[in-house]
Write a protein of this length. Structure first.
Length: 539
């Protein structure tokens, strides 16, 4: 038995099984008690106990020793261990009835005026949990690169709203919702598309995916989608504020939103026919067949890939397993094109080296080089033949201009047996790709549209989350005062105690480990003494 275990046993001789797990449980039990907290200290007194670092990076943990959490995309999966680990922290928020109510609840802890009116009288764990939630939000926004931050932010919002993140394909297409929350009555899910943007960035979305979502996905489609917009205010590289809005696009306002936000070209000349048909929406094969007919002349709807093409039978029956995404031959074809491009690159590199060798009198002439390649271009147009030969000639000339080449020419002949076949396939694919480009298939809404079309879009403004350094420092003083000297000291001691235990098991220098062990023993005694005095019950 270690010295730490002996010390604990001495204090709790009647419960010899008491250990670290039980100690942590006692700490949480004390924090969960709904009792008045220490009020006797002023903010200045509290700051002497835990000095507020005005130059800190806008995080509560620089001033108040709260446990740290690392947000990940896994927070969006209710079945993941990461989500289960942080469920307790979000419990006090997820009892709120809606996305807006939960964000408003978080904002109440970021408003110094409201913070000053909170605990004493509230639960210690609620204050500590909320500080952890706010720090997790800051980590989502600032501790990841731009591409990762969006996914982690989605996971955070899923946890905040008690919902789940949507990542996989739905009905053969990518979903437009990033996460689903729960309705105010708690009996249905609220699909939500999350956009984290700079203030003047236009909100974009796929016209095809939106049409599919509303009118055919799953057969019947879904009636509406909520867009949650988080606009960033940045100081340097740090997000310091978020302005939050939401709006809704559904079957009833879809056509009007497109027309009134300058996206009417995506619908084309059939706007009136589409609006009339949507007004008479039915979950029937006949309705879907007629909608598909209207979409045939809608420029914004992607021909061939939209679900009204890929998942709809001629009689209007919906098949969510259909669609090009399930075709392995297409992916093999695309892989073949990629390798053909690679071989063309290798050929031109080899030609350049051969040109250099020829210039030094140690290689074939250009005519012999091309002849030895044995390129079969009999199926090409004259322009294509000229294009390929021009590329080869340019590579040869570039090599001839070089001063030195140390590469064995034998490499240049390796693996080109199928070049002519794959290159022919590549050229055909390029022509098809150029002919099928579908420019303008993205709809866009500006910040002005959110305001000007607020009645049509049902735009709501949630307010601003102030995560700035100045605001967090002010709040840290308020919460440090409310937690009080004894509880602040207990939190700091517990944090250092945990760090020393980790150091004892992890450091290679055993003299340093022994010191960490000794310090942990001392801190363990302080924690036990503090808990026995019940710091959360003092006034």
């Amino acid at each position: 038995m270690s010295n730490l275990d002996n010390l604990i046993k001495e204090h709790y001789s009647e419960t010899p099984a008491f250990g670290l797990e039980q100690m942590v449980g006692l700490i949480e039990e004390v924090m969960d008690e709904n009792k008045e907290l220490l009020e006797s200290l002023s903010a200045d007194d509290a700051a002497k106990i835990m000095p507020i670092d005005e130059a800190a990076d806008g995080r509560f943990s620089f001033d108040i020793p709260i446990p740290s959490t690392v947000p990940t995309e896994a927070w969006g999966d209710p079945s993941s261990q990461s989500r289960k680990d942080i469920a307790r922290i979000f419990d006090s928020i997820t009892r709120e009835p809606s996305i807006r109510a939960r964000i408003t609840h978080v904002n109440s802890f970021l408003d110094p005026a409201q913070a000053a009116r909170k605990a004493p009288g509230g639960k210690v764990n609620t204050v500590l949990n909320m500080m952890q939630v706010i720090e997790s939000l800051q980590a989502c926004l600032n501790d990841y690169n731009e591409s990762s931050a969006g996914f982690v932010f989605e996971g955070f919002m899923a946890a905040l709203t008690g919902g789940k993140q949507i990542a996989g394909r739905v009905g053969g297409t990518l979903p437009i919702e990033d996460f689903v929350a729960f309705s105010e009555t708690g009996d249905k899910e609220v699909p939500t598309s999350l956009k984290l943007l700079s203030p003047n960035t236009t909100i974009h979305g796929s016209f095809t995916n939106l049409v599919d979502y509303l009118f055919i996905r799953g057969g019947a489609g879904l009636p509406e989608i909520k867009y949650l917009i988080a606009l960033k205010d940045v100081e340097g590289e740090t997000v310091t504020k978020l302005a939050l809005f939401d709006f809704i696009i559904g079957r009833e306002n879809f056509v009007d939103v497109m027309l009134q936000s300058n996206n009417g070209a995506l619908i084309g000349e059939n706007a009136a026919a589409m609006a009339e048909h949507i007004k008479n929406w039915q979950n029937s094969p006949e309705w879907r067949v007629k909608m598909a007919k209207i979409l045939e002349t809608s420029p914004g709807y992607t021909k061939g890939r939209g679900m009204f093409y890929a998942n709809l039978s001629p009689t209007g029956e919906f098949d969510d397993t259909a669609g090009p995404a399930a075709d392995p031959e297409k992916k093999r074809h695309q892989y073949g094109l990629a390798t053909a491009q690679g071989e063309m690159t290798a050929l031109l590199n080899a030609t350049k080296r051969a040109g250099s060798e020829s210039a030094h009198g140690t290689g074939p002439t250009f005519e012999d080089w091309v002849k030895n390649l044995d390129l079969d271009m009999s199926g090409y147009s004259d322009n294509k033949v000229k294009k390929i030969l021009d590329q080869i000639r340019t590579a040869w000339d570039n090599g001839a201009k070089s001063v030195d080449s140390s590469t064995d020419l034998a490499e240049s002949f390796y693996g080109f047996g199928s070049f002519h076949e794959r290159e022919k396939l590549l050229m055909k694919e390029e022509l098809l790709s150029e002919a099928s480009k579908d420019a303008g298939s993205q709809w866009g809404l500006s910040r002005g549209n959110m305001n000007n079309l607020r009645t049509l879009l049902r735009t709501e403004y949630y307010g601003e989350l102030n995560l700035s350094q100045a605001n967090i420092s002010q709040l840290s003083k308020i919460y440090a005062e409310k937690l009080g000297e004894d509880l602040m000291l207990l939190l700091q001691t517990t944090k250092t105690f945990t760090e020393n235990i980790g150091k004892y098991f992890s450091v290679e220098d055993r003299s340093e480990a022994a010191k960490a062990n000794k310090d942990a023993i001392s801190q363990g005694g302080q924690i036990i003494t503090s808990l026995a005095q019940d710091p959360a019950d003092k006034k």
